[in-house]
Ligand binder design. Structure first.
Ligand code: NAI
Length: 456
């Protein structure tokens, strides 16, 4: 049999593309060498969010007295093994769910490593699969830089990646994180919640380089309050038996810790389809706006394009690719992809930062509304953060939105919809928001952009 569409990789890019393709009536095959759901479901987004919820419960109990509930501090304990099993249960429920969805939609799953022989043929073990269209969705793996002692550090189980750290058998007393990006900071606030002494070592002059400056400054203050140490402008030179050695401001320093997390970026997995000789850049596979590679029947989606290594971007790209195959004139816009950093609190954003708007000479004005001035945030006892919008001063176009809040990732959704549907900041300001909700901070920030805030 020849498939209409064969998909390589069963992560959020691949499995969503497979379901969409089956819903459109295609004969669909999906090749996956590990568990369905990819990094996101098995060792990324979902397990970390599960553990962050555990941490949230623990933090709340530790601060229960602020809510008039008094618990003897020594009575609040945690069991990391139980937390890991909760995480594993959540993963199992979701991966079983994906398996069920694929089956229900008639997608044939091939378990095994798929090697692409040519644009219409993929080998999986002893089987050779033929297809009219091929969608590559093989994801990305951690970058492992060439640092002396790093390889040995991994072998000695002193150094971990996000994946292996998720199964570390206990909460370390101290953790050094190399790389102050999305993964590094998420794990920093996770482990610090359970009492781990966390130090983040970042090569650049600032952590979270993609984040708006106001958000970063406020976040840094919160990290300091949390006693998470951040060392920027530091270049790691060696991994020793129990220490990370780094150059900082002209001198060599070292920091000892129980373990180390290496989170210095991800690189696309290109190995399985190297026979295709696709056009690539340092970032990843080159695709057009329809996610087509330079071979017209071969599409590439998700992390392998290196554009936005985000699960939701991969899923949306998968849908675009399939719809394009079906003859629809659809394009993918990276301008509409939101980002988030989970942890305590969360950071979420879409569009340009204020600094980027300035650098691009785009006329803009900003408006900011603090959670402290929002009734619901006060009632919740979660007042850290703000909503900031960057808008065009004449047209009211929303150029960017940046939220620091305990539930920033949920709050951002209405701005994503506003941008996608080309609503202006006045539309957001004039939309009636439920009272009392934290979402009113988005409306207030919009009100500040069109005239004045009501509540400050
Ligand atoms: P990242 O690109 O976010 O951050 C890596 C950081 O490490 C950068 O700040 C970089 O300057 C620094 N760095 C690089 N080499 C270094 C060195 N030798 N020493 C010290 N610092 C060094 O990469 P990260 O955090 O590994 O995440 C990888 C990808 O996964 C990202 O593209 C991200 O979009 C995605 N992801 C997204 C999540 C989310 O949406 N919440 C969660 C987890 C991952």
């Amino acid at each position: 049999m020849t498939y209409d569409i064969l998909i390589l990789g069963g992560g959020p890019g691949g499995y969503v593309a497979a379901i969409k393709a089956a819903q459109l009536g295609y004969q669909v095959g999906l090749v996956e060498k590990n568990a369905l759901g990819g990094v996101c479901l098995n060792e990324g987004c979902i397990p970390t969010k599960t553990l962050l919820k555990n941490a949230k419960v623990y933090r709340l109990m530790k601060h229960a007295s602020a809510y008039g509930i008094h618990i003897d501090d020594s009575a609040v304990t945690f069991n990391w093994t139980d937390m890991l099993s909760r995480k594993n249960k959540v993963i199992k429920t979701l991966t079983d769910g994906v398996k069920g969805l694929l089956k229900k939609n008639g997608v044939t799953v091939h378990n095994g490593y798929g090697e692409v022989l040519n644009p219409t043929t993929v080998k999986v073990g002893d089987e050779t699969l033929a297809t009219k269209y091929l969608i590559l969705a093989t994801g990305a793996s951690p970058v492992i830089p060439n640092i002396p002692g790093l390889k040995e550090g991994f072998e000695r189980q002193f150094v971990y990646t996000y994946s292996s750290l998720l199964n570390y058998p206990n909460v370390p007393a101290s953790l050094t994180i190399i790389g102050g990006g999305v993964i590094g900071l998420e794990f920093a606030t996770l482990f610090s919640s359970f009492g781990t002494k966390v130090t983040v070592i970042e090569r650049l002059d600032q952590i979270l380089s993609a984040v708006d400056d106001d958000v970063r400054q406020a976040y840094l203050r919160l990290l300091k309050k949390e006693k998470i140490e951040v060392i920027t402008g530091a270049s790691v030179t060696e991994i020793q038996t129990d220490a990370v050695v780094y150059e900082h401001q002209g001198s060599s320093k070292s920091i000892q810790s129980d373990i180390v997390l290496l989170s210095v970026g991800m690189k696309p997995n290109l190995e399985a389809f190297k026979a295709l000789n696709l056009e690539t850049t340092k970032q990843g596979v080159v695709v057009n706006a329809h996610l087509q590679t330079n071979i017209p029947n071969v599409y590439a989606i998700g992390d392998i394009t290196g554009k936005m290594m985000l699960a939701h971007a991969a899923s949306a790209e998968g849908v675009t690719a399939v719809e394009h195959i079906s003859g629809k004139d659809v394009s993918f816009s990276f301008d509409h992809v939101p980002s988030a950093i989970y942890g305590f609190p969360e950071i979420a954003w879409i569009g340009l930062t204020e600094a980027a708007a300035k650098a691009d000479n785009i006329p803009y004005k900003t408006s900011k509304f603090p959670l402290m001035a929002n009734g619901r945030s006060l009632a919740e006892g979660e007042t850290d953060g703000f909503v900031k919008v960057v808008v065009h001063p004449d047209t009211g176009e929303i150029i960017g939105a940046h939220i620091l809040a305990s539930n920033a990732s949920d709050l951002l959704a209405e701005v994503v919809l506003a941008i996608k549907s080309e609503a202006t900041i006045a539309d957001v300001a004039n939309a009636i928001h439920l009272h009392p909700t934290v979402s009113e901070t988005v409306m207030e920030s919009a009100l500040g952009a069109i005239h004045k805030h009501i509540h400050i």
